[in-house]
Design a protein around this ligand. Sequence first.
Ligand code: 475
Length: 842
Amino acid sequence: NTPVANQSTNKIWKLMEKYLPNTKEAIQSSVVNHVEYTLAKTRFDFTLLHCYQAVSHSVRDRLIEAFNDTYQYFNNKDVKYVYYLSLEYLIGRCLQNALVNLELEGQYKEAMLDMGYNLESVYEQEVDPALGNGGLGRLAACFLDSMATLNYPAWGYGLRYSYGIFRQQIKDGYQVEVPDYWLDRGNPWEIERLDVNFQIKFYGSVTKKVEDGKERTIWEGSEIIVARAYDNPVPGYNTFNTINLRLWRSLPSSEFDFKSFNQGDYFKALESRQRAEFITSVLYPNDSTYAGKELRLKQQYLLVSATIQDAIRRFKKKRKEWKEWPKYNALQLNDTHPALAIVELMRILTDIEGLEYEEAWELVYNSFAYTNHTILPEALEKWGVDLLGNLLPRHLEIIYNINHIFLEKISRKYPNDWRKLSALSLVEEGTHKTIRMANLSIVGSHAVNGVAALHSQLLTSTLFKDFYELRPTKFQNKTNGVTPRRWIRCANPGLSALLNDVVGSDDWILDMDILKNFQKIADDPAIQNRWMQVKRQNKEKLYWWVKERCGVDLNIDSLFDIQVKRIHEYKRQLMNILYVIRRYLDIKKTPAEERRKLFVPRSIMFGGKAAPGYITAKRIIRLVNAVSQKVNNDQEIGDLLKVVFLPNYNVSNAQVIIPASELSQHISTAGLEASGTSNMKFVMNGCLIIGTMDGANVEIAEEVGEENMFIFGARVEQVEEQRNKMRNSNYRDYFGPRLTEVCDAISNDLFGYKYDLEALLDTIRNKNDYYILGADFESYCEAQQRVDNLYRNKSEWTKKSILNSLRSGKFSSDRTIRQYAEEIWDLEPCEIPNPSKSEKER
Ligand code: 475
């Protein structure tokens, strides 16, 4: 007499409707439960790491509640979704961010303290998931935070690399890359979806069949793998909405196995399984350069194919007609890396769903949009037709087809204009025929945007000029932004508390623009004092960070001068370090008793990774370390000048570095930095910028006032003129005596490492100085002099620091995301009801 189970009472679902309470006791009991039952730990082998894991699991439980409710609600409301497609997400640590956004940090702090743990040291146990290179990947992460916070129905889609960007070590002054196996302690944040798998095909052949008088195209892949979903909840701030970042992992497909096993070669079959897993193993460590490797193309296609299949599955559940696709779906391409999504959707709609070509194109065109992140020619993706046609034969056919129809339209509009035709073509002819992914992205999208006003203007006047003339309304600007949750509230608790007091609430976290109403405080000596105290505490934190990792004792009262970003010639870290040498030589020439009068003590810090194959960038790191060695050990110099290379710059280190900085450098050659986003983070944190009129610096100057920045150097319109000047003269003539002396000092082996450093100097002495360091150097030195002069006046400096912060509202990613939603995605927010106000208990 076994009891009969009765599902009709729905008891299981009713029980699940209860939410975890957020009292101290409830938090403690959920943490303890995870210690005991999830981690299976006892008091005898329990470490701080386990504490972190248990806390994270208990926070994840809360995220899952919100996350499930959110998508169920979206689904019921039949909303339009935006799909954000990106090969990179630099999300950074999750624990503090989740607690802040769930507004539970205070409760957890108290609950943990009561059990004998300091929440701050628990935070430090977390690995920093670094599934991105730099600006582009971090932007995607800030966007997710804003999409969740503003209640937009959104999905992030990306890849779950086993190895993120390498960890950077400095050995003997050189960069050494160490693999970043970030999953080795597990990942408490993700939810593995064993039941969400999609088949991905590669290679094979295309055949045509006639069925009922209609031609059908069939692509039979010869390598089949599986993409499995790993979900990462992204909580919004001050809302119950929690959205999903779905990352795909490649796995072998069992269907494919049977074939090989039956052929009897066991080891060969296992090898091919490992090859499948390898696809999402490692993030390509190139920032702003295109590598052209087949494995990278496989990564791109895997992301694209799995995502489109997932989106289609979701759409089909709605039982709408295909023509409603754009009404329910917006797809945003984070650069051209996922551009094959355009082709994949075309393929599925025509080959599998049986839509007519024109019908399908209409749906694709109206749902896709593309963001460009750089105009550097070396970053433009161009896949060889041999490689693409071999890996994805049907996709190449479709690309040719798109191009054919597109070019026919063009030649009707501009008969016999061969220049235009070849500039617009998706195909670049030549000995090595390639597909231009940017052209594909533009042709397949209804909106194309740059990431700062200047950048968007340059796109339409240079790189994409012909496309712009064809359809000017397609081109837009969406100036980048950063999330104040992570970059002020989490990274700078001292400043957050101060702003709370100034505003009288924490409303600024959701509406940074209100800070503008409080500008009068900039002159208030009491506020200035508190402002300086906050900065000093942040500087102390960085002081200890540097002491521990670099063994350098900084003077906390010195000016903290920082340049942190990927190492690249166009970002001109070389110009910065050459100026440091200039300063060093000048101090040495000055009689000892006058030095303190003439020079403000400075701690100049550099940080950033060089792509492993980028020799010049690596030599810049070598030079910084050589100078650091010499200067820091020069007894005559003392604390007047310190130079440090901060190793392994990443998101969590940035959260320590940025709030502590007083001056930050954004000194790219005008026209080459699309936007920059750390410039925005520095400004929010009350740091003054020394920079060129490039990228978003231009708009920062508009907002905070040029008088509150140190602007120098050639403007975009002058760069080419400067290059021409230098092309026709000896470097000694256009460098001027001050820069020449610096170069000579290096050549005379003042810092050692002559072989590396001479080669580095040659990039500006004998190779036409493409990034015009020589032309901008004098004006840079003058700007640096203005920095020293202002720093002597603490009150004036602090006033400017306050104004920078209070006027930075435009650079919240909330503003950016609202513009995307309204001007590109046509997307409405959808906030889920607060469960504490429903019958559900809290
Ligand atoms: C710009 N990355 C910044 C930032 O918009 C801008 C390219 C190829 C392969 C891998 N990564 C890349 C980039 O191009 C990139 O990060 N671009 C950056 O995007 C966000 O603020 O100026 O350089």
